[in-house]
Design a protein around this ligand. Sequence first.
Ligand SMILES: Cc1ncc(COP(=O)(O)O)c(C=O)c1O
Length: 349
Amino acid sequence: MVNIVSLFRENIKRLKPYSTARDEYSGKIGIFLDANENSFGSIPTGELNRYPDPHQKKLKEKLSKIKKIKSENIFIGNGSDEVIDLLLRTFCEPGKDSIITMPPTYGMYKVAADINNINMIEVPLTNEFQIATENVLNAITDSTKVIFICSPNNPSGNLMNKNSIRSILNSFSGIVVIDEAYIDFSDYESWISELENFNNLVVMQTFSKAWGLANIRVGLAFGNQVIISVLNKIKYPYNVNGVSQQIIIKSLDYVFKKNEIVEKIISERGKLTKALLSFVFVKRVFPSDANFILVKVNNANKIYDYLLENKIIIRNRSNMIRCRECLRITVGTEEENKKLIEILSKYGD
Ligand SMILES: Cc1ncc(COP(=O)(O)O)c(C=O)c1O
């Protein structure tokens, strides 16, 4: 077991969180004149005049049932991006501590590290986009506080090897974050089921992908109660707005609908992979457990520009390590994918 509290930054250990009006009086009935809200209502109309629940209690209760995990083990953030930032602010002393990431991977780990003035040690994935376990273990120093593992990884789309993750969890006495933003598109079980075995594990998920709710910014972190409570302590009091909370509470009644759409995306991913492989300019389509596909082509810049001219916007990932001549394509609707293939079939005519 890792001593989590000893990993907290000193100022975080000492921090007294902000106490909201609703923390001081949590009753539901009465005349509320304690939060400097506007008792007349919202403009032009509606009932958005009261601050939202800072603890997202109802939402957590519902999530708790669905994810089969206690509310105390759930943190809700303004997108996963907030969770990444808060984890760094909790555990990493600016100008002193470091994190490990495994490029090519999601770009926000670096941005958050740079903003917080935290050193980032990059240990590239192997040529097959797997964790170079020995290299990661060798890169750990006394100042390494957090290791980010993205699985399925963005932009490669594949899941990270379970044994590699397990050996990092067993050997590292800092925090291991597994970013599962795309887990719904894979057949594999979430690492949430392993939280009981590793108190230094944090699993991140999001409503932005499978749930199609990127606009309302809701991300999740699951972890040991000590970690979750410190994240709650340092977050902005009203980090998840009330409208977002309400929408998610409603959406959670439609898990079947989410599953249906995920099935469609997976089926489209298969069709798209097959179609892409038929083009001579496609050198490789990397296997994907996500809602996007990484494709190695003959001339990525040229194909990217050609698609852009045809109003199809994809992501050119050629400048990332191990991604030379690679394009990342999000799986769209059947119609969108057909159009993409139709346009690509005219490339070079
Ligand atoms: C791996 C990964 N994690 C997190 C996110 C962002 O999630 P959110 O919208 O919840 O901030 C993305 C978005 O592209 C991502 O690719």
